[in-house]
Design a protein around this ligand. Structure first.
Ligand code: 5AD
Length: 463
């Protein structure tokens, strides 16, 4: 009765938290299974960023509750952001849930499950749900273990910080994730070294606002930000070929970070830079401390450092008070930046945030219309940018078989997915792929025999 399935909703941070919980559970003798049909314990790691995400997890938990009522041995837990946001209130809708664990208590999950199981085995079920959503000092340091799978893992996520101090007026995250707390730099570097030792070639540094990493806590020799120092240290690790990070804040994108792209070839030509809106009036109402002009300046600065730089972003349409003209400014900004990819979200009211009580809430049909209009612009831009790569040779970090199992897949330095034919043994290496066709999000091609296997990021930078 120790088979655990963890279902994750939401962002890469949540994925990373789930992986760390899985690793901790494994170390305690639990088995992690890939299918919820085969599990004895179902843990839902949830997201609160939009109402739709909460409703999805609540729907799933309601469905799993039926099994919980039929099968007294089955354990159902809700973890993460929605657990933090709603706490014990969840029990009104979901009275059969056994465990509600907030974002600072992930590392306690094994202990709670042990207690639940021991109580049941002793025939004295606890009777009421365990609800743990308090703050815990140092909890950011608990997200460090990785699950070693049967195949070779080429790319890994590394959590460098938890929480957020930004207070964007639309956002629930400060409430669900707490204040910003960074992990010690030495711990992060050690984790990356261990991953490299296991064959990982690409690390993505994760945090709510990675550019704020270590603010206040680390010395700044020569004015360099702790985040840039961290990038330099990870860059020195042999075996790590590529470094990515998500998400930075435009406010934190200063000259030292832009210059890092000129010095550190392992930084890929891709930045995910959330803009949220192209209108200064809306940015102000969102409490985003930059202007459209400053954002475009950052884009220009990065393209000056790396002409092939690709950008992706997050955009909210239909923020309270957003006029047709504001929306038009977002549309033209998308054209100016020429994004490779963007996540477009319809504004979702989050109770307790300043935007929830702002005047000028935009009707859902209008939010949907703007959503579709923007997606169309972005789709056309993505296709144009990927089609422009047909005929080029790209450095691809090979991740392994594609979804069909017949071909290989990997990503370019600019984070485009590539599918091509080649031997499975190429996983983990850098390959030169000649691009012969492209869809909106994927490139297709063949190995470029003349270039052979690429050896290192240093030689790749000259491609
Ligand atoms: N409504 C819609 N989208 C939101 N996001 C955050 N809060 C909201 C909200 N209330 C989006 C932002 C953020 C991404 C992770 O989710 O674009 O960057």
């Amino acid at each position: 009765m120790n088979r655990v399935h963890i279902k994750t909703y939401g962002c890469q941070m949540n994925e990373r938290d789930s992986e760390a919980v899985a690793a901790m559970l494994r170390a305690r003798g639990y088995r992690i299974v890939g299918s919820e049909d085969d599990c004895d314990i179902l843990l839902l790691n949830t997201c609160s960023v939009r109402d739709a995400a909460e409703q999805k997890a609540i729907g799933k938990a309601g469905y799993a509750s039926a099994r919980r009522r039929r099968d007294p041995d089955f354990v159902l837990g809700i973890l993460g952001c929605m657990a933090q946001n709603r706490g014990a209130d969840l029990l009104e809708r979901l009275p059969d849930v056994d465990l509600i664990v907030g974002t600072q208590k992930f590392h306690r999950v094994p202990e709670y499950l042990d207690n639940l199981r021991a109580a049941r085995e002793a025939g004295v079920p606890i009777g009421q749900a365990i609800v743990e959503t308090g703050p815990e000092e140092g909890s950011q340091n608990a997200i460090r273990d990785h699950v070693e799978g049967p195949g070779r893992q080429v790319c890994a996520f590394v959590s460098i910080q938890q929480g957020c101090d930004m207070n964007c007026s639309f956002c629930i995250v400060p409430r669900t994730r707490g204040d910003e707390r960074s992990r010690p730099m030495d711990d992060i570097v050690r984790e990356c070294e261990e991953l490299a030792g296991r064959g990982v070639r690409e690390v993505t540094l994760l945090g709510q606002i990675v550019t704020s990493y270590g603010r206040g806590g680390h010395p700044r020799p020569g004015g360099e930000s702790p985040f840039v120092r961290l990038l330099e240290r990870v860059h020195e690790i042999p075996g790590i070929e590529r470094i990515r990070f998500t998400s930075p804040h435009p406010r934190g994108f200063r000259r030292d970070l832009a210059q890092a792209y000129s010095r550190l070839p392992k930084l890929g030509e891709h930045v995910h830079l959330p803009v949220q809106s192209g209108s200064n009036a809306v940015l102000r109402a969102m409490n985003r401390p930059y202007s459209r002009e400053r954002y475009l300046e950052i884009v220009a600065m990065l393209r000056a450092a790396r002409p092939a730089m690709a950008f992706s972003t997050d955009i909210i349409v239909g923020f309270p008070g957003e006029t047709d003209d504001d929306f038009e400014q977002t549309r033209t900004l998308c054209e100016e930046v020429d994004y490779d990819m963007a996540y477009v979200f319809k504004y979702s009211v989050r109770t307790g945030t300043p935007a929830a009580s702002m005047p000028g809430q935009v009707p859902d049909e209008e939010r949907e219309r703007r959503n579709q209009a923007l997606l169309e612009v972005l789709r056309a831009g993505s296709l144009r940018r990927s089609t422009a790569l047909v005929g080029t040779v790209q450095e691809v970090l090979v991740e392994g078989p594609d979804r069909t199992g017949a071909r290989l897949t990997g990503r370019t330095r600019a984070n485009r997915a590539v599918v091509f034919d080649g031997p499975a043994g190429l996983a983990g290496s850098l390959a030169a792929v000649a691009v012969s066709s492209a869809s909106v999000s994927t490139l297709y091609g063949s190995l470029e025999p003349a270039r052979g296997g690429l050896q290192s990021a240093a030689c790749a930078a000259s491609l």
